[in-house]
Design a protein around this ligand. Sequence first.
Ligand SMILES: *Cc1c(COP(=O)(O)O)cnc(C)c1O
Length: 396
Amino acid sequence: MGKPNYLVPMSSPDINEADQQAVLEVLRTSYLSMGPKIKGFEKTVALYTGVKHALGVSSGTAGLHLCIRAADIQPGDYVITTPFSFVSSTNVLLFENAVPVFVDVDPKTGNIDPDKVRQAAADLKSGDENRANQWLPRKGAGKGGKLKGILAVDVFGQPADYGALEKIAHDNNLILIEDSCEAIGAEYKHRKAGAFGDYGVFAFYPNKQMTTGEGGLIVTNNSTAANLMSALRNQGRAPGDNWLQHTHLGYNYRLNEMSAALGLSQMQRIDDLINKRETVAQWYNKYLKEIRGIEIPYISPDTTHMSWFVYVIHIDQRFNRDRTAAKLDAAGIPVRPYFLPIHLQPYMVERFGYKEGDFPITEDLGNCSLALPFSGVMTEDQVKLVCGTLKECICN
Ligand SMILES: *Cc1c(COP(=O)(O)O)cnc(C)c1O
């Protein structure tokens, strides 16, 4: 929660009159859940992403969890994933008592390093305990788990290297899940984020590129899985079950109609929402150029379209990131260290025995990165104010 006296907000949704009307219209009907709006929203996102099925859910985390269930990931199974992410992408594995097998990331993009994924997959499948153990946590993993999948994350709006990841998944018969919760609208080699691998998930919390208040959405071309996930989000009711019949152990992961209507309305101008963020990012690129000790975000040539989620700079080691952040905060500019590595979160250290130094690239990124205030409704003057204050605050 921000101090009330910040000069600019850390993030801000982009809501217009049409969005407000869309939500009001729902409130004038009796369909507040499981009505026509979610169907329309799903169809729109499916078309936009170029996949067969889209399923609205109550959050991005809920969507990722349903993918883990649909992929039949069982207690003790291994899934290769990244420690440089928002905690959800790992937590959904823990919900099913599966074991996240972390591999370090590419230092430039912060996305999972495909060479390490390939190596980890080969070692975990080799049947050689010593080779497998190099990738497993010190404790809490159990022995002889089965490698089932890869869960990649499109960090900060830039897709992971799916050319490589899809090949590794195919060669090793692994399920590939794309956490695209930060990347709706992005493109990797002219293909839309979310459409890679077996499942993709978007999220719509108010700081994302588009919002439903709370909400998420799963995209997949797998019809059997889509049917199962549709039942699981609705308390396990399979097609043909009545309200009190539950074929599966399910959840209430439904997306309500007000949220779906807002999402549908936002989707009408999704390209505009993303373009406005691009403009703000370009202002930052321009005004930050003059400041010493700062590295602006790197965009891979494979990212044929960037969809900015946050604007994260790297502060040179010669300067003190934390002191700079504290000075900015005191000057009324909110900033965040994106991300604190997942493996160093207290519950992860306790469960798996991780230590500092286990994933050095992730830790370096976590130590030097700083997310600046960012949204599609930011003005050029606000960007100038942030950059001007940063120039004054950056310190030895
Ligand atoms: C936002 C986000 C999610 C999902 O967040 P919810 O708050 O559950 O909607 C998942 N993974 C990543 C990487 C995210 O940034």
